[in-house]
Design a protein around this ligand. Structure first.
Ligand code: SF4
Length: 594
């Protein structure tokens, strides 16, 4: 048996102290990532904790395959979400996971609250607490990262996680950015950093990771690498990236446009992925240990006012979700304008999806007279007008006026005050992702532990030709979610889910030092999923179908599967509730536990 992930670094920001614990048993039972993070969250987060209080822990966790296999490139963050009030889970790529492992840690737990702004340098030897008062309040988060990069001389592989001003001001969907273009975007990790006065974390390490049998490892690695680099699916993600899906999804009425007042693209092919690539793509980058390079960076040129031939050039990362939320969701169909809005959001450090949905809701609420320009500080939003959205996002991040403080708590909260619940597009209090593909997507948003399209991939179920019953949809979502708990414990990028089958995962675990049978793998996946829901229930979430708010707009607007009825949604939710609570379904659980 080789040495395996076991060290957990525990940092107390209030006392400015740290310690490490050996948790080898936890890692061998739970693999890493999500499986370990939910255990640690349950240990460190007291029931009813204030998500913005010192008692809310931040957990960062990597997995058994991290640093060893292609696309095992993600890091899991877990915390109590200030947006939803229950489980907060977010995954990011970049160099974070690999660096944490090379620093010798399987997980990092951060508790308490610093008296003054601070940033942390974490190395194999422990933690240094740095004064970050001079970095607090900067207009753009990337400036702070650049300064840290030039002053923090830690050796080896290095990652920098940091927040922008939205995080400092605790916008409840503020993000944490890692490197330059990767994010722990959803559910407000940035606000939790801000509440602790934690501006940034730098991790550096240069350890190597042992394997049980070098020859077998090499053969397995080469085989997987070969499959990834020859896969047509991965080539698609490399060439055009996720925006390749924009036109096909528009063709089947699945792109939420203008706050889902339509589900088809406007402006012809302007926002197609092919158009972005042809006109703006400057380079592609990759997370560590990934040969795919699906991260697409555009270059935009902005003329200086005094000289029309003199341009400022800015790199801007784009993907499907960003073009959705800052493009068609707010009625903008000029790619240059979309990229400009993406750059603004990147600078503020807010989650793009939540920000775009908040802007779309506010636009409609202004049109209906529920929100006035007096409340917005003179900004009059209208779909398709980028300049007013730029001003709006700046004001939202700054949080100066009461309206923006309400909008900074998400559309569910804002609609509770200003009205317009029928078009406040959030599910489980998390703003809608960019897929109106059919009932499976909507049921998945409502019941998913993260209320995200990544929970159970309902959008993918909807795109299959058959029309499933709500009970079948719930079972498909559940089955997929059980397996996704394993992938997100390893922690593998979901783009590689077709590659990492049960057999492949068994082989990879064996050379990584864990022996786990296929049957017990699914059982572990179920246990992790159920433990996540136990945390959600403990914090007040309910899967009771009558208690989940369903915005009427999703049933009024045609989807990829035609019109969705509330009845189908409620039945799907009820079946999923049964699967989570009772752990069995006479017709379906046999497929899950063999
Ligand atoms: S496929 Fe893309 S997101 Fe996934 S690990 Fe590779 S570069 Fe990162």
């Amino acid at each position: 048996m080789v040495s395996f992930l076991s060290r957990v670094l525990i940092i107390d920001l209030s006392l400015k102290k740290f310690r490490t614990e050996d948790r080898g048993l936890l890692f061998s039972e739970r693999i890493g990532g999500t499986g370990v993070a939910i255990r640690l969250l349950n240990e460190f987060c007291p029931e009813g904790a204030d998500p913005l209080g010192p008692e809310n822990p931040i957990i960062l966790s990597v997995g058994a395959l991290t640093s060893l296999f292609p696309l095992a490139s993600k890091c899991v963050a877990m915390f109590k979400s200030p947006l939803t009030g229950n489980l907060g889970e977010s995954h990011a790529g970049g160099r974070t996971a690999v660096t944490i492992r090379m620093a010798g840690y399987g997980a990092i737990v951060i508790t308490g609250r610093s008296e003054e702004p601070v940033y942390l340098s974490i190395s194999p030897d422990g933690v240094t607490f740095h004064d970050a008062r001079s970095l607090w309040g900067m207009t753009r988060g990337d400036t702070a990262a650049r300064i840290i990069r030039s002053y923090d001389g830690t050796p080896g592989n290095r990652t920098i996680l940091r927040i922008g001003r939205a995080g400092e001001r605790m916008v409840r969907y503020a993000a944490v950015t890692t490197e330059t273009f990767r994010h722990f975007g959803r559910m407000g990790l940035g606000a939790v950093f801000g509440s602790k006065q934690l501006k940034a974390i730098v991790v550096s390490g240069e350890d190597t990771v042992p394997v049980s049998d070098g020859k077998t490892y090499r053969q397995l690695y080469d085989r997987l690498f070969d499959q990834v680099t020859k896969s047509p699916l991965m080539k698609k993600y490399h060439d055009i990236g996720t925006p390749i899906n924009i036109l096909p999804l528009s063709t089947i009425n699945s792109v939420p446009t203008r706050n889902l007042t339509t589900s088809k693209l406007e402006g012809g092919k302007n926002l197609a992925g092919e158009e972005f690539a042809a006109r703006f793509l400057a380079r592609r980058v990759a997370c560590s240990h990934c040969p795919v390079s699906c991260i697409h960076i555009a270059q935009i040129r902005t003329p200086y006012p005094h000289d029309p031939y003199f341009f400022k050039t800015t790199p801007v990362c784009y993907d499907y979700e960003l073009i959705y939320s800052l493009g068609f969701m707010v009625g903008i169909s000029d790619p240059w304008q979309v990229l400009t809005l993406i750059d603004e959001i990147e600078g503020t450090g807010m989650d793009a999806m939540s920000s775009g949905v908040v802007a779309a809701y506010t636009t409609e609420a202004m049109k209906n007279g529920l929100i006035t320009s007096e409340m917005t500080g003179g900004i009059s939003l209208a779909f398709g007008e980028p300049d007013t959205y730029l001003e709006f996002f700046r004001a939202l991040a700054d949080q100066q006026l009461p309206l923006y403080r309400d909008l900074g708590r998400g559309v569910d909260y804002a609609a509770g005050i200003y009205g317009g619940q029928e078009y406040a597009l959030s599910f489980g209090k998390n703003e809608m992702p960019g897929y109106h593909t059919g009932p499976a997507a909507i049921i998945g948003y409502l019941v998913g532990s993260r209320h995200s399209h990544l929970d159970g991939a309902g959008y993918s179920i909807d795109q299959k030709p058959d029309n499933k019953s709500p009970e079948e949809i719930a079972l498909d979502l559940y089955t997929e979610e059980v397996w996704r708990q394993i992938l997100s414990s390893l922690v593998v990028c979901f783009f590689a889910r077709g590659l990492y089958t049960e057999d492949v995962v068994s082989e990879c675990l064996a050379v990584s030092g864990i022996s786990m049978e296929k049957n017990s793998m699914l059982k572990v996946g179920e246990d992790i999923l159920r433990e996540k829901y136990m945390f959600k229930f403990r914090e007040g979430f309910s899967l009771d179908s009558d208690k989940l708010r369903l915005p009427a707009r999703v049933t009024e607007q045609v989807s990829g599967k035609g019109y969705i009825t509330e009845d189908i949604i409620r039945k799907g939710v009820a079946t999923y509730n049964d699967l989570i609570k009772n752990g069995k379904n006479p017709s379906g659980m046999d497929q899950i536990i063999t």
